[in-house]
Design a binder for this molecule. Structure first.
Ligand code: PMP
Length: 404
């Protein structure tokens, strides 16, 4: 059970007005809102112990280092990584993917194949295209179906001994589909390919256990799970990370530097050049504490209720089509109304206080598949309510009336 009234009080932004109306925030898949508990951690850092980490002997630096490393440990425990050094702080999902893609440039070659899915965010497509351009490897795409699922029959055939890497999102940001990651990982294992899961949209809803999944790399962004922007993590199995060459050069990631030769630090520092987002990392730890206190099972059950209710209510609107109808999905509804442009619907509902996303959601191949310019996407979080869904439905009805 979710103590919804109590939870909503934790989020100061939820009591503000937008365009004179109470805010209804349904753009959670783009970024989530921040509870006071996390805001307090950010303020406390800048008020009381802002200092650079890992290098200072002074007390402030020690305090900041301890808090940052404690956050890394919390994140390790949350994702059940075996070793703390398998958690690399990044600037977010995009950074994590680019780090791995860059590293694989020296590990794969012409003739090798790289598999992505048709349901990817651009940040899990473009880095692999760049990798293929650099190396001569071939990018192959697991196709999707009308329901917005990966085509299971087709995907099995795409795996061969040439497959070296597989990149799939755990949950699609545009449609909410939860992908069959266990089957994909099992298939990849059979042919000896490494798997990177983009967990950006899964992590706010599903607690992934990276050891149970036996996945090679898992990437997330803190800002989608009650944390701040500009920070995230790359989880990688120790052996996998050790094989990857360093990504960016700079301070913090070295062992010894001379003009003749530089040697690199061990994990995780080898991939953490420069001053990191210290406060962000600490706040990410606090965000995980906050969500774990509520409980991911309770979050998933409540969000599913919201999804079922919103689906049923929206489908009562004539001419409304939902894209992504898998039974396995998170609380995301991507829709269009016949004859109307998603942007126009989004603009009108915003005037009524409702924040939804419109457009291609950085997933143009999905829009091309459905032959549409984009969708209206309402994405729900555990702090949303059925009453807010009623406001959305009424707003969409009004938009339809005004635009028809
Ligand atoms: N992958 C998916 C599935 C996403 O939804 C997003 C964010 N929309 C990203 C990657 C990129 O995340 P970030 O912008 O935080 O790097």
């Amino acid at each position: 059970m979710i103590a919804i009234d109590k939870i909503r009080k934790d989020f100061p932004i939820l009591s503000r007005k937008v365009n004179g109306k109470p805010l209804v925030y349904f753009d959670n898949a783009a970024t989530s809102q921040t509870p006071q508990q996390v805001i307090d951690v950010i303020v406390d850092y800048y008020q009381n112990y802002n200092a650079n980490i890992h290098r200072g002997v002074h007390s402030l630096s020690q305090e900041a280092t301890d808090a940052y490393e404690a956050a890394r440990e919390k994140i390790r425990a949350h994702f059940n990584a075996k070793h703390k050094e398998e958690i690399i702080f990044t600037a977010g999902t995009t950074h994590g993917i680019n780090l791995v893609a860059n590293g694989f440039a020296s590990l794969i070659k012409e003739g090798d194949e790289v598999l992505v899915s048709a349901l990817e965010h651009h940040s899990n497509i473009v880095p692999w295209q760049m990798l293929c351009e650099k190396t001569g490897a071939t990018l192959k795409v697991i196709p999707m179906t009308q329901e917005g699922e990966l085509d299971k029959l087709a995907f099995a055939e795409l795996f061969s001994e040439k497959t070296k890497l597989v990149f799939v999102n755990h949950v699609s940001n545009a449609l909410g589909t939860i992908n069959p990651i266990k089957e994909i990982i099992a298939k990849a294992k059979e042919v000896g390919a490494a798997v990177l899961l983009d967990g950006a949209q899964a992590a706010p809803h599903i607690k992934a256990d990276v050891q149970a999944l036996d996945v090679d790399f898992y990437v997330v962004s803190a800002h989608k799970m009650c944390g701040p922007t500009g920070v995230g993590i790359l989880y990688g199995k120790k052996e996998g990370l050790e094989k990857l060459p360093a990504y960016q050069g700079g301070g913090e990631m070295i062992d010894q530097v001379t003009f003749e030769k530089t040697t690199y630090a061990g994990l995780p520092h080898k991939f953490e050049a420069g001053t990191p987002n210290i406060c962000g990392g600490i706040a990410f730890g606090a965000a995980l504490d906050y969500m774990n206190d509520i409980g991911f099972d309770a979050i998933a059950a409540y969000e599913h209720e919201l999804l079922v209710y919103a689906t049923q209510e929206l489908l009562n609107i004539e001419g409304l089509r939902i894209y992504g109808t898998s039974a396995e999905k998170t609380a995301v509804i991507s829709f269009n109304i016949e004859g109307l442009h998603p942007y126009d619907i989004g603009t009108i509902v915003d005037k009524l206080g409702v924040a939804v996303r419109t457009g291609h959601h950085c997933a143009q191949p999905i829009m091309d598949y459905y032959k549409i310019p984009g969708t209206v996407r309402a994405s729900f979080s555990f702090y949303n309510t059925k009453e807010e869904i009623d406001v959305l439905v009424e707003s969409v009805k009004k938009a339809k009336m005004m635009l028809s």
